[in-house]
Design a binder for this molecule. Sequence first.
Ligand SMILES: Nc1nc2c(ncn2[C@@H]2O[C@H](COP(=O)(O)OP(=O)(O)OP(=O)(O)O)[C@@H](O)[C@H]2O)c(=O)[nH]1
Ligand SMILES: [Mg+2]
Length: 340
Amino acid sequence: MPNLPDPDAWAPLAAAPSIAVVGLGGAGSEAVADLLALGIPGVRAFAVNTDARHLQRTEVEERILLGHRELRGQGSAGNRDAVLRGAEEARDELLRRLRPFDIVFLLAGLGGGTGSALLPYLSRELRDTDILPIPVAFLPFQVEIDTNTDRRANVEASVADLEETGGFLLALANEKLRRFGSLPVPRAFQVRNAYVHSLVTSLVDMVENPSQISVDFASLKNHLRGSDLSTLIVGEYHVSEPERLVHEALKETLLDYRIPERPSILVHLDGGSNFTLDTMDRVLQTLRHRLGQPERLVLGTRMRSEPREVVRLTAVLGGLRPRTVRDALRSRSPGPLVAP
Ligand SMILES: Nc1nc2c(ncn2[C@@H]2O[C@H](COP(=O)(O)OP(=O)(O)OP(=O)(O)O)[C@@H](O)[C@H]2O)c(=O)[nH]1
Ligand SMILES: [Mg+2]
């Protein structure tokens, strides 16, 4: 083998990372179906469940039934251990199906047996291969946790496992959907899923269209796989108001974290040819002002050749306190994303 490969040999390495979204259990599968309905071009979708009837009516291309020997396709009724036995049995087949991808989003509602068991299980299994897992957890309504100790135990066990694995965790609290109180429940879930859609498409866009400065797939991967818990924020605003852009990204209250004083930040700014150095500077100053001097800041920008009215900010915030998610579960009214 020559020391320097010829162009034919390295061309496949230049392909954009391949991405899958996988819904786990009932809530996760419904969320993936919503993402598909909103459009996620180029992303492969899977649904994994222990409930055959639910799986049958899930409108997702690739469907996988787990634990059929023990659970007989009837769902797990909250039994995490039975789901884990099913997953262990099907481990090789699951990994074979997911091996073609570089990034795998895993979506699950916590509290039941299937999603609560599979989210940490698959996160860890994928992390041990070279795949980047991005677990997205929907935390149940407070009333569900208060009135059902099994659900509460499932959520706590699942979150503890996810925190132990470290890396990336996107936790969205259903409780925070209360501000859409007048909407029917399925509509409120759709609002949340639309937000997840904006996060997924931003991240996909970021890895498919590399930045002109410093952020490539390898640095993104390093950030997301780091030992600290990290999460993602997205905001979009008119190019003339960069300060407002940062406020918009940070005010998203569906996310359930408190940001530490000095997080590590990977920022990606996507704008048009009219996005100037001064504007970029104002974005970074505002981020510093809101989040404190970051431990580490990695900046990437993408300027299109044509002018654009809006700038989109996507940021990975690292260094979250590992207990934040569990703390939030205990408090009745989870606070805003950034402490005022
Ligand atoms: N149905 C539904 N439930 C949601 C949604 N978002 C969050 N949840 C919550 O998700 C939690 C888990 O429910 P399911 O997804 O039905 O449970 P499962 O993972 O299928 O587990 P088992 O049915 O026990 O095997 C519940 O506490 C719901 O509050 C959603 O979009 N749809
Ligand atoms: Mg179910």
